[in-house]
Design a protein around this ligand. Structure first.
Ligand SMILES: C[S@@+](CC[C@H](N)C(=O)[O-])C[C@H]1O[C@@H](n2cnc3c(N)ncnc32)[C@H](O)[C@@H]1O
Length: 268
């Protein structure tokens, strides 16, 4: 057994910067692209990206519409917003929670939210906030990943075995919202009409197991827990991931296929 992980040393760094560098190109952008395509934003519309992270969905909107109205990104985490401000000039970035959006009523034509809703502790409140900030006739598009793909089950089990059940629980939360019927009910209960949800897999190409694992971990809230581990424990984590994920490796990487739920609703 090795006593240190060279791959971890390669990727350890600021989680916001790592998120933008590693997570966004492989996972964030393909997911956000589907949300933004569904939103079909037209020139002049004002768009709010809730749980914007480093802002990939907001940037795709700004690029797609040519002459958008305003694009506003909202996220509670300062370091994510710092990166968003750097890579997304021309977009208004605001610090705030989905459950208490820092926006006036009737601000937006479109609310988008890619891979954030599953983390909201107050989901009904967040949906009601979306209806509050939308103008009459406006629409919301919410994308969430799940069910969990097999490779991520293996990664979650490795984290459970070598870190803690609580740390593995983060991965479960990531993939926890994927049922179209339940999402339609939640949006209808919040006051949306013409609600529709559909789950179609995303095909994602990611690096081989050790690189993917450390890129993922160092881009998420798991970064803090893993940084406190003994180097020998980190090496054991890596060995187990390589072993458990060997069957997913093809050529120079892995293909993973999480489900992806996209739900839309209108404000009457
Ligand atoms: C996986 S990232 C998705 C970021 C971005 N939408 C994207 O597609 O790359 C999840 C984001 O949800 C944010 N988040 C977590 N809880 C939140 C809450 N209660 N309100 C708003 N955002 C929240 C996190 O700060 C994080 O930036």
């Amino acid at each position: 057994m090795s006593t240190t992980s060279e791959a971890y040393e390669r990727y350890v760094g600021d989680p916001g910067e790592n998120y933008q560098k590693y997570f966004v190109p492989t996972i964030g952008e393909p997911a956000a692209r589907r949300v933004v395509e569904t939103a079909d934003v037209r020139p002049g519309e004002t768009v709010v990206d809730v749980a914007c992270g480093t802002g990939i969905a907001a940037r795709l909107v700004a690029g797609a519409t040519g002459s958008p109205g305003e694009v506003i990104g909202v996220d509670p985490v300062g370091p994510m917003l710092e990166v968003a401000r750097r890579v997304g000039p021309g977009i208004r970035w605001l610090q705030g929670r989905a459950e208490e959006l820092p926006l006036e009523p009737d601000t937006a034509d479109v609310v988008i939210c890619s891979q954030g809703y599953q983390f909201f502790s107050g989901k009904p409140e967040a949906l009601r906030e979306m209806t509050r900030v939308l103008r009459s006739g406006g629409r919301a598009v919410i994308g969430t990943p799940g069910p969990i793909p097999e490779a991520m089950i293996e990664i979650s089990e490795t984290i459970r075995n070598n870190v803690s059940p609580e740390a593995a629980g983060f991965v479960s939360v990531v993939f926890s919202v994927h049922d179209p019927g339940a999402m339609e009910d939640a949006m209808s209960a919040a006051g949306f009409t013409a609600v529709q949800a559909e789950n179609r897999p995303l095909t994602l190409r990611v690096p081989p197991p050790a690189d993917f694992f450390w890129q993922y971990v160092t881009s998420t809230p798991l970064a803090g827990v893993v940084s406190k581990l003994d180097p020998v424990r980190r090496a054991a984590l890596e060995e187990e991931v390589i072993d458990r994920c060997a069957r997913f490796v093809e050529d120079d990487g892995m293909t993973i296929e999480p489900g992806f739920l996209v739900a839309t609703g209108r404000l009457a």
